[in-house]
Ligand binder design. Structure first.
Ligand SMILES: C[S@@+](CC[C@H](N)C(=O)[O-])C[C@H]1O[C@@H](n2cnc3c(N)ncnc32)[C@H](O)[C@@H]1O
Length: 238
C-alpha cells in the first residue's frame, strides 16, 4: 500500500521510520511518501498560506499548492483516496482503519494554522478527525492514521496479533502478563499457568467481556446487539 502525506513540516515524520512501520516499509508492504507543500508553491518565497478573507488573525493554507500536490501525487497512484485531516471530520476508529487498509492508496492532507481553504474540500474523498480536540496541525493525526493502518496490512504482523486487539468483535482486550509469575506479591492468575488452552481461551473471553462491560458500556451494548452477547461470541474462545 502506498500512503502520500502532504505537509508543511516534513521533518515531523521521523516516528514513521521506526519499529513496526519501518519494518513494513523495509518488507515492501507499505510505501510512505512525504511531500513538502512548499514545493508546490508558485510564490518565490515558497509561501503556502495567506490571511483569511473576512479578517481574523489566523492564516489559511491556500488551495493552489494543495491542488497541485494532489494532482502530482495522483500521477503516481490515480486510485488513491484523498483524506483531509480536520477536527470536524468523521471520527477515526478501528473500523475506519480496517476500511482504509483495504484501499489502493491514500493521500493525507495535513492542515495547519486556521486550516485549509474551504475549496480544498472539493478534491477530498473523506475528512477524518482523530478526536474532539484541536491540534496545531494534521501531522500527528496523519501519523495516527498511518500507524493504525500499517499494523493491519497483511504480512506486517502475525494475524492473531491484530484480530484479538481491542475493538475486534466489539470487545476490549483481555489482561496480559509476562514473567515473573509473582512480582511484589502480585500473582499471575493460575489459569494462565495451567497449560489448558481451552480453559485459557474461555477465561480470556470472559475477561474481555467483563472489562468491556465495566470500561466501555457503549461498546458492550454494541457487543450485545451485534454479536448476540457472551453466549454467541465464540470467535475469541475457539
Ligand atoms: C489548529 S487546526 C485548525 C482548527 C480549525 N480552525 C477548527 O477549529 O476546526 C489546524 C489543522 O490541524 C489539524 N487538526 C487539528 N485537530 C485535529 C483533529 N482532532 N483531527 C484531525 N486533524 C486535526 C487539521 O489538519 C487542521 O486543519
Amino acid at each position: 500500500m502506498r500512503i502520500d502525506i502532504i505537509t508543511i513540516f516534513p521533518e515531523i515524520f521521523s516516528p514513521l521510520e521506526a519499529s513496526i512501520i519501518k519494518r513494513a516499509q523495509d518488507k515492501g508492504i507499505l510505501k510512505i511518501c512525504i511531500w513538502n507543500l512548499r514545493d508546490f508553491s508558485r510564490n518565490k518565497h515558497k509561501k503556502v498560506d495567506d490571511a483569511a478573507y473576512g479578517g481574523g488573525k489566523g492564516m489559511v493554507l491556500a488551495c493552489e499548492p494543495i491542488f497541485l500536490a494532489v494532482e502530482e501525487i495522483k500521477k503516481h497512484n490515480p486510485e488513491s483516496l484523498t483524506i483531509l485531516t480536520c477536527p470536524q471530520g468523521e471520527i477515526f476508529n478501528q473500523q475506519k482503519a480496517k476500511e482504509l487498509s483495504k484501499t489502493k492508496g491514500l493521500i493525507i492532507i495535513c492542515g495547519h494554522y486556521e486550516g485549509v481553504d474551504e475549496r480544498v474540500r472539493t478534491i477530498v474523498d473523506c475528512e477524518i478527525s482523530i478526536g474532539d480536540y484541536v491540534l496545531t496541525g494534521g501531522e500527528l493525526p496523519a501519523m495516527v492514521i498511518v500507524d493504525c493502518i500499517a499494523r493491519l496490512l497483511p504480512g506486517v504482523l502475525p494475524e492473531e496479533a491484530t484480530i484479538y486487539d481491542s475493538f475486534f468483535d466489539c470487545l476490549v482486550d483481555w489482561p496480559c502478563y509476562t514473567r515473573p509469575e509473582e512480582f511484589r506479591g502480585l500473582k499471575v492468575p493460575d489459569i494462565l499457568l495451567s497449560g489448558d488452552h481451552e480453559k485459557i481461551a474461555k477465561w480470556r473471553l470472559n475477561q474481555a467481556i467483563e472489562r468491556t462491560k465495566q470500561k466501555r458500556p457503549d461498546l458492550y451494548e454494541k457487543f450485545i446487539k451485534e454479536k448476540g452477547g457472551p453466549h454467541a461470541s465464540k470467535s475469541r474462545s475457539s
